[in-house]
Design a protein around this ligand. Structure first.
Ligand SMILES: [Zn+2]
Ligand SMILES: [Zn+2]
Length: 243
């Protein structure tokens, strides 16, 4: 028996909006079909990348409803006819205030959006001949999802986890304990060797974060053991700068 060769997927990270949100562009080198994860803004930069690589957009996926992740989705759908999948329905209240949120950061041109399909835990997405698994990971926002490809050992985790930090939970319906639980029960089991693309900043691996992340290292969470530490909201406001 021989395993099928993995599809020839390419990935580029395109930081968008003044918050430098990591929009991921994934494409199949053979078919030139492309997917965006979290097209948050700077739509000309996104369409320019499609043109540059000679790609046709066929998927738009959202991890959560914050404007820097979802703000260009409505216009992309309008221009390309591609349906929007994700996040979980519990983030619709965030998707309904994209314009307001963006304006508070001085960003114009982003739009509220209603997805064509809400995602649920254990949903499976197909793109480019590859399978992507969905996990519902509330805490930063109640409807946050993470998208994972087991063959490529890569996960798009939005604002759940960063290299050296975790998502803010001082928003309406944020929940620190729930975020820690999402990370330890939904992300860590995917494997230490999984590389993740966070919503902001550099990539890392789950294994590295289990060793050294100041919020969710195993010695703090007691992953496979002890208790989680209580949240310190004041500290979060000063040490976590991402939305
Ligand atoms: Zn963000
Ligand atoms: Zn966010």
């Amino acid at each position: 028996m021989t395993a099928a060769a993995p599809p020839p997927l390419q990935i580029r990270i395109l930081p968008v909006t003044p918050l430098q949100q990591n929009c991921s562009l994934i494409w199949n080198e053979a078919t030139k079909h492309a997917a965006f994860v979290d097209p948050g803004g700077d739509i000309e930069k996104l369409t320019g990348a499609l043109e540059h690589f000679g790609l046709t957009l066929t998927r738009i996926w959202l991890t959560h409803g914050h404007f820097d992740h979802a703000g260009a989705a409505a216009e992309l759908r309008e221009r390309t006819g591609v349906a929007i999948e994700g996040p979980h329905r519990d983030d619709q209240f965030w998707l309904d205030q994209i314009e307001d949120g963006a304006r508070r950061y001085g960003v114009n041109g982003l739009r509220d959006v209603t997805p064509d399909r809400y995602l649920e835990d254990s949903d499976v997405l197909e793109f480019g001949g590859a399978r992507f698994d969905v996990a519902h990971t509330p805490g930063h926002t109640p409807g946050h999802v993470v998208i994972h490809n087991a063959a490529l050992k890569i996960a798009f985790v939005g604002d759940v986890l960063f290299a050296g930090s975790i998502g803010r939970t001082d928003f309406p319906r944020g929940d620190h304990g729930q975020l820690i639980a999402s990370i330890t029960t939904k992300l860590w089991p995917l494997g230490d060797d999984v590389t993740f693309v966070p919503g902001h900043g550099p990539t890392s691996t789950f294994g590295r974060e289990r060793q050294s992340n100041p919020f969710v290292a195993d010695r703090l969470t007691g992953y496979a053991g002890a208790e989680t530490q209580a949240a310190d909201i004041a500290a979060q406001r000063t040490t976590k700068r991402y939305t």
